[in-house]
Design a binder for this molecule. Structure first.
Ligand SMILES: Cc1cc2nc3c(=O)[nH]c(=O)nc-3n(C[C@H](O)[C@H](O)[C@H](O)COP(=O)(O)O)c2cc1C
Length: 151
């Protein structure tokens, strides 16, 4: 049974809506357990025990949100050599850019030696039905790949 961890932070709800849709997509794959965690509550154990990871952040001042950064700060040492090539995907909610947050998350993921398995999703402005559908697809793809063991 694949376990998918969705770690996110959201101040005004946009990233949260995306995270919920990612979880919904993952749960649509039979047998998947989708664990949705606000970044401030997500633990090293959540990360280690997940088969796949989805990280969601708003872009704040051209970077990931402080809470998502805090999650990485808290788990980095403990995760060393325990998440090698673990599949991950990223989704970002931004006002009009998102590239800085994405770049920062991808850079940190390199340090964890995570393996990106799907194109990142950046939603600019209002979260639309189309964005939510892409989020569901993101979650479903990650879960299906983890379930089949193709990553
Ligand atoms: C403090 C702060 C800084 C922000 N900085 C950026 C930014 O650098 N680039 C951008 O495109 N949007 C920026 N925004 C807009 C947010 O990324 C955008 O509103 C996003 O949808 C918020 O997601 P949330 O509802 O999950 O908190 C910023 C918003 C805040 C509150």
């Amino acid at each position: 049974m694949p376990r998918i961890l969705i770690v996110y932070h959201s101040q005004t709800g946009n990233t949260r809506r995306m995270a919920l849709a990612v979880a919904e997509g993952a749960r649509g794959i039979e047998g998947t357990e989708a664990v949705l965690r606000e970044a401030r509550e997500a633990s090293l154990e959540d990360l280690i025990t997940a088969d796949g990871l989805a990280v969601g952040s708003p872009e704040n001042f051209g970077y990931m949100s402080g809470m998502v950064k805090d999650f990485f700060d808290r788990t980095f040492y403990g995760a060393q050599d325990r998440v090698f090539r673990k599949p991950y995907v990223v989704f970002v909610s931004a006002g009009n850019d998102g590239s800085g947050a994405l770049r920062a998350i991808e850079r940190i993921a390199l340090g964890y030696k995570l393996r990106k398995v799907y194109d990142p999703l950046i939603a600019k402005g209002e979260v639309t039905a189309e964005t939510l559908e892409k989020c569901r697809e993101l979650g479903a793809t990650l879960a299906a790949g983890c379930g089949l063991g193709i990553y």
